[in-house]
Design a protein around this ligand. Sequence first.
Ligand code: NAP
Length: 314
Amino acid sequence: MAQILDGIRVRDAIYSEYKPRIAALPRPPGLAVVLVGHNPASEIYVRNKVKACAELGIYSETLTPPDSISTGELLDTISALNRRPEIDGILVQMPLPPQVDSKQALLAVSPEKDVDGFHPCNVSNLVTGRPGPRSCTPAGIIRLLQHYRISIAGRHAVVVGRSDIVGKPMSMLLLHENATVTICHSKTQDLAAVCRQGDILVAALGRPAALTADFIQPGAVVVDVGTTRITDREQAARIFRNAKDKLEAFDRKGSVLVGDVHPLDVAERAAAYTPVPGGVGPLTIAMLMVNTIEAAERRTAARGGLSSPGATHL
Ligand code: NAP
């Protein structure tokens, strides 16, 4: 039986570790979320982030400029947040409307308040192994592997996907943990053969159930980042091979969340794997909280208010 790597359990362990660190600060850490317009998926993500802040005692504020906002107006909003002392972290929820220059918006966030780890300064910190906020999903995956004492050093890690927010930072963090890393993408030849080399396989391609049994080395550790909501019953029936309980759940909800790795194949082939949902997802928000708390610690320490901030990333 493959071991299930439970993201909710790891998230709870992270929160227990960080609650005393919040209490040690002279004021609650502060997170500002900029949510432009009315994208339903973004609204759900932001609601979950705000809820996590409330659970942990992090001050949060959501700014909701209209869809019609210009790049200049958004830059003004961000620079006002950069100047506010009680705000430690700024998150600009993506995607932004087409008229807004997203790259300029991300560049406008002060690197010390960039809790997503997307600013080029923090990407540079990641590459060179200097302290700083790390991209949340990959950082959460490293925490998950460490929590379950899965050795990374010397093992062959195959990462499928090379996005700036998942694939690239994931590969870099695995490299810092001394894995031998292979990065795959849409032009990779014979993807299944490359994936089968992975002692650790991280799937972040955004193609539901695409990595089937022949992509998985028997006994591998498989981390599934993908989350696609499927609303087509026939597609769900194909993926779950008509499993009665899954189809009943689909009929109740009208949809099912599927990862990039085939959910039945991975359970048969892997030694350990993250489920979807309940695997990587909870860790992304947990690491956003960690980045906000650590930003508050660094900013407090810089002002001489905290003698020994807790351990930070690499
Ligand atoms: P993305 O920006 O669309 O990048 C997808 C990557 O996968 C690209 O590098 C692409 O290659 C590669 N790819 C696409 N099709 C492929 C194929 N058939 N074979 C090999 N490589 C292929 O996606 P993302 O933002 O990294 O997200 C990936 C998935 O993770 C999505 O399902 C997303 O919803 C999910 N996600 C989940 C969380 C979470 O918290 N659970 C967080 C972030 C993302 P090219 O570069 O060649 O185009």
